[in-house]
Write a protein that binds this ligand. Structure first.
Ligand SMILES: N[C@@H](CCC(=O)N[C@@H](CS)C(=O)NCC(=O)O)C(=O)O
Length: 209
């Protein structure tokens, strides 16, 4: 097997990175990409990330020609165009917009959950902004409630960009915010997640303990 020609700048704790890695596993492409670990937070930028990726976030994908793709949504789309199986992002029609909207809801959960993590882990405790934290939690609660009410059948139908994104968002809540106990109000989502979290792609990409 030839050496990977692409490098994914990543950190195993990032739910955005995890989406990319899960899609790589699901489409049999994991050996095409070398992983380069990067430690980055908003108050501790990583210089090696910024070239071609001035916002300085992970994931970023360095291609063989040196060009850099970001963010996670672009990288997912790129890899979904690189395999011969059924697309995991529908190419057209209403399915495309619905599945991408579900994925965007999952990204919204991740955004709020990552920001909460920064607020609680990086900011001095006396500067924590409780109301801001509570409103981030409310974004997560509202989004979970909508997925619980409207999206279980769609998530169950196939493990594509929507399901991968929601699974990675839930995994991150378990990892960083277990105190939210999201399962209590969302039993159908919990049952769905119990199943998909056992997929090899999810087991292989679990966040560090
Ligand atoms: N919209 C971006 C979000 C990526 C993101 O927020 N990554 C976090 C790690 S989980 C990061 O790099 N944070 C560093 C920073 O905010 O400076 C995506 O979908 O890739």
């Amino acid at each position: 097997m030839s050496a990977p020609s692409m490098t994914l700048l990543h950190n195993p704790a990032s739910p955005f990175v995890r989406k990319v890695r899960v899609l790589l596993y699901e489409t049999g492409q994991q050996d095409r990409v070398a992983l380069q670990a990067v430690l980055v937070t908003p108050v501790n930028p990583a210089a090696e990330l910024n070239q071609g990726n001035p916002v300085g976030k992970i994931p970023a994908l360095r291609l063989a020609d040196g060009n850099v793709l970001h963010d996670s949504r672009v990288i997912l789309d790129y890899f979904d165009h690189q395999h011969v199986g059924n697309p995991l992002i529908p190419r057209e029609g209403s399915a495309r917009w619905r599945r991408l909207t579900l994925a965007s809801m999952a990204d919204g959960i991740m955004d709020a959950a990552v920001l909460m993590r920064y607020e609680t882990a990086l900011r001095p405790p006396d500067k924590h902004w409780d109301q801001w934290l509570e409103e981030q939690r409310n974004k997560i609660r509202r989004t979970l409630a909508e997925l619980e009410r409207d999206a279980i059948a769609e998530l169950t139908s196939h493990f594509d960009v929507a399901a991968i994104s929601v699974a990675c968002a839930l995994g991150y809540l378990d990892f960083r915010h277990p105190d939210m106990q999201w399962r209590l109000d969302n039993p159908r989502l919990a049952a769905w997640y119990a199943e998909v979290s056992q997929r090899p792609s999810m087991l292989e990409t679990q966040p560090p303990v």
